[in-house]
Design a protein. Structure first.
Lengths: 263, 282, 303
């Protein structure tokens, strides 16, 4: 139940003249499922890593529930990131993977076992605790990665392209799972994607990021009904752009007049 | 507030850490080069005694002696070179097909074969060479170059096989099949398709095998019986006898091929060579 | 030509050479250790030589000394190699130079390094002279004996000097392949830097590290020329003792020399067994690591 505020977050990599993130400001509500949408290279994953504490911004501020967190190292921030390749530890079995965060907190073994079993049931993988990650399918690995993060009841959950590696039919299943878990546990969640259908179907609100800048942060419908600008509209599939003006509730366009004259 | 203090503390902590890393890097650098320094200094010294940190008098006397024939340098150098080159040639000829078999094919008993090939790399030479010496006496292979060349094969051949196995594991047989389909005979395929492709790996393996033979001591000592004095044996004798200036000069000459090979490899590895594998030997 | 025949023909020359030379030498050594030396008329098998060496305090001392040398050298070299790997894995000022020096070190023969160590650490060596110029000692005899000493410090120093880069190159290569992503995941899950290293990076480095260490252990246990040059006359390292027995004028000492050789070979056989075990495990975890392909892997990368 954490509210996340990004204030003018910027990131420029050394050797690059264009910033990867340009003064990004976002206000994510507590318990919200928000999407960071944009084409590859638009800075979305950098943003996620900054929130997680795995990367430092060049400038800007980041607050959880109004408290500044940039000075906190990743292990003390409470923002858990699930990578696109989920990176399950190959030398541990599924149960140990899921219980890893709890082990780092020093929780005793019995309690860890109990919570791990609970989590496995929650992500619908009840019997797989003793298996190694290599023995699981892609979808199962994804769910274990999710469980590994959720078991910690993080303040913020950060998902990097959670559905990109999955086949089409698994994607729907996973989408439902993420949605239902997020609602059930009420964890503020931010996920990154380049697929606008995914963003629109899953998120409460979508933040469109083009070339490192925030274009629009709104409910999904708004992108179709009231896109911020031409680039935004084009990203969502807009194809026909008719220039014109609105005067006293009426839309007038010179091109219609042209059409009219030639016919 | 607390945020600012935390941030400042983190920054000075990071600076301390960077300083520590620089220091360790510097120490590591010095440590890696250090043992070679007194050797170099000794070779140019005219007597260097306690407690002088640097020689009081410098001279090229050691180098004169070394390059005159009395030291036996040219004989030893020649023998080391001849042995190493012969060993590399045989290892390559014998090791290439074996490496191809291991890199390309899966077969029953492959693990056993790999074990047989690996064993000489782990079992120390002293355990084998004494028994081998007794055998070689009966075969007339002691106290001569031929015997020493044979015994050097023990550490070099397995190494060459492993390197070539790695090369062939990365090698795509489709090229050969394409060539056959275009009408090339088996020999033409070997000469014009296989050899050029594996050449970088083969050369790399050969250079390393050369160094392995170059640095052999106990094998040469036992089988050579004191008649075959390769460069390391000569070096050991002078070091033991306390002739430090000559030892220094000989040592610098001795490490020269290694440095040259390293520079060749550095040039070779940047860019060329699609199929190369293998690590160094202790 | 059928495939099995082809494979056999490809392997035959190499296997013949190795079997004849290596296993032939071992077998000859084994037979002689069992007292079978028809050349001088001994043609009965007996365990006398083994009984003799195992009840000999000289042998026990040499064996323990060699074990101590191998264990200490391997442990120190491995620890320092991991530390060096951590130091060198990130982009940083002297990295290329140190990498080059690592590789240079690999080409320098052990003997040269040993002589260098001799000149540095002997009681009249460079460090002793440095101590004298700083007023720490009054003469060569005051400098601690690091060469020709009972603890084989000089020998261990030399082995560490040479094996640190050997293990280091392997560890560094592994670290580059693994990248820093796994540790990033661990830290995101609440692990401190140290915990991420201990519980995530180290287990993933373990197979390669242990394989390399096993090779180093076997090598440092059975090496001859370094203890011959830098070691005390008594007790000598085991390979030196074996050589002395073999070159003894009394031919009856030969079976004992061979017995020692077989003991050395057996120890390495144990090492091979350990090596195989770790290589197999390494292959298994490689399979998993390649399925979960980590992407680029340095925190500064753009995405």
């Amino acid at each position: 139940m954490t509210q996340v505020t990004l204030a003018n977050l910027s990131k420029t990599y050394s050797g690059q003249d264009r910033p990867a993130l340009d003064s990004l400001s976002l206000d994510i509500r507590s318990g919200e499922l928000a999407a960071l949408l944009g084409p590859s290279g638009s800075g979305k994953t950098s943003c996620l890593k900054i929130i997680a504490g795995l990367m430092d911004p060049s400038s800007g501020d980041l607050r959880f529930d109004g408290q500044p967190v940039l000075q906190l190292p990743p292990e003390r921030r409470g923002a858990v990131m699930v990578f696109q390749n989920h990176l399950l530890f190959p030398f541990m079995n599924v149960a140990d993977n899921i219980g890893f965060g709890l082990k780092m907190r020093g929780i005793d073994k019995a309690e860890i076992a109990r919570q791990v079993a609970e989590m496995l049931a929650l992500v619908r993988l009840p019997e797989l605790g003793a298996r190694r990650p290599a023995e699981l399918s892609g979808g199962q690995q994804q769910r274990v990665a999710l469980a590994r993060a959720l078991i910690l009841r993080p303040r913020v959950l950060l998902l990097d392209e959670p559905l990109s590696n999955l086949d089409a039919h698994l994607r729907l299943e996973m989408r439902d799972l993420i949605r239902s878990l997020q609602q059930e546990l009420g964890i503020t969640t931010l996920f990154v994607t380049h697929d606008q259908e995914e963003a629109v179907m899953l998120a409460d609100r979508v933040a469109l990021i083009l070339e490192g800048r925030l274009k629009q942060f709104d409910r999904p419908e708004a992108f179709y009904q009231r896109p911020a600008d031409k680039a935004t509209s084009a990203f969502f599939g807009g194809r026909n752009f008719i220039p014109g003006t609105v005067t006293s509730g009426r839309f007038e366009s010179a091109s219609w007049a042209k059409l009219d004259r030639s016919s | 507030m607390a945020g600012q203090q935390d941030k400042a503390a983190a920054r000075s902590g990071a600076r301390l850490w960077t300083g520590f890393r620089f220091l360790s890097a510097g120490l590591l650098l010095i440590w890696l080069v250090l043992p070679l320094l007194p050797l170099a200094i000794w070779s140019f010294a005219k007597g260097w005694f306690f407690p002088d940190l640097l020689p009081r008098r410098w001279s090229l006397r050691a180098w004169d002696y070394v390059f005159s024939d009395t030291a036996g340098l040219f004989d030893s150098l020649g023998q080391s070179l001849v042995i190493a080159l012969a060993v590399v040639l045989v290892s390559a000829l014998v090791g290439l097909p074996a490496g191809r078999a291991l890199g390309f094919y899966q077969f029953r008993g492959k693990q056993l074969v790999e074990l047989i090939i690996l064993a000489p790399l782990i079992v120390p030479g002293i355990a084998v060479v004494m028994g081998l010496h007794s055998l070689f006496i009966g075969l007339g292979l002691t106290n001569n170059l031929a015997g020493v060349m044979l015994v050097h094969l023990i550490p070099t051949l397995p190494y060459m096989v492993l390197v070539m196995a790695g090369v062939f594991a990365n090698y795509d047989i489709a090229f050969e099949q394409q060539a056959r389909a275009l009408g090339a005979s088996r020999i033409q395929v070997w000469l014009f398709i296989m050899l050029p492709s594996i050449l970088p790996g083969l050369i790399a393996g050969s250079l390393f095998a050369f160094l392995v033979s170059w640095s052999q001591y106990i094998l040469t000592l036992m089988i050579g019986g004191g008649r075959v004095i390769t460069l390391p044996l000569l070096l050991f004798n002078f070091a033991n006898a306390g002739r430090h200036d000559i030892t220094g000069a000989l040592a610098l000459i001795y490490i020269l091929p290694g440095v040259i090979i390293l520079l060749i490899m550095a040039g070779y590895l940047s860019g060329r060579g699609p199929a190369f594998g293998g690590t160094g030997r202790p | 030509m059928s495939e099995p025949v082809k494979i056999f023909l490809l392997l035959a020359p190499a296997l013949a050479v190795i079997v004849l030379l290596f296993f032939g030498g071992l077998l000859a050594g084994l037979l002689q250790s069992l007292g079978y030396m028809p050349v001088i008329g001994l043609d009965r098998i007996s365990l006398d030589a083994y009984r003799a060496i195992f009840s000999s305090p000289d042998f026990i001392r040499s064996f323990l000394l060699s074990f101590h040398i191998a264990f200490s050298s391997t442990l120190i070299a491995a620890l320092l190699a991991v530390a060096a790997g951590l130091l060198l894995r990130r982009r940083f000022f002297g990295r290329k130079l140190i990498s080059f020096l690592f590789q240079l070190n690999l080409t320098v023969p052990h003997l040269v390094g040993a002589i260098g160590i001799l000149y540095l650490f002997s009681q009249s060596g460079s460090f002793a002279r440095l101590a004298y110029s700083w007023g720490l000692i009054a003469g060569p005899a005051d400098f601690p004996a690091l060469i020709f000493d009972p603890y084989a410090i000089g020998i261990i120093l030399q082995f560490v000097w040479k094996e640190l880069p050997f293990i280091g190159v392997i560890v560094l290569a592994n670290m580059q392949v693994l990248g820093t992503d796994y540790e990033a995941v661990a830290r995101s899950l609440g692990a401190s830097r140290w915990q991420a290293f201990c519980f995530v990076l180290l287990p993933m480095l373990a197979p390669g590290l242990l394989s390399a260490s096993v090779i180093v252990f076997a090598f440092t246990f059975g090496a001859y020329e370094i203890p011959a040059l830098l070691g005390a006359h008594y007790p000598p390292a085991l390979p030196v003792l074996a050589y002395r027995h073999y070159t003894d004028i009394d031919l009856a000492a030969r079976p004992e020399a061979m017995a020692m050789a077989i003991v050395i070979a057996l120890l390495s056989a144990v090492m091979i067994a350990l090596y195989l075990r770790f290589v197999r495990r390494q292959l298994a975890s490689h399979k998993t690591a390649s399925q979960i392909a980590p992407f680029t892997g340095r925190p500064g990368d753009r995405r």
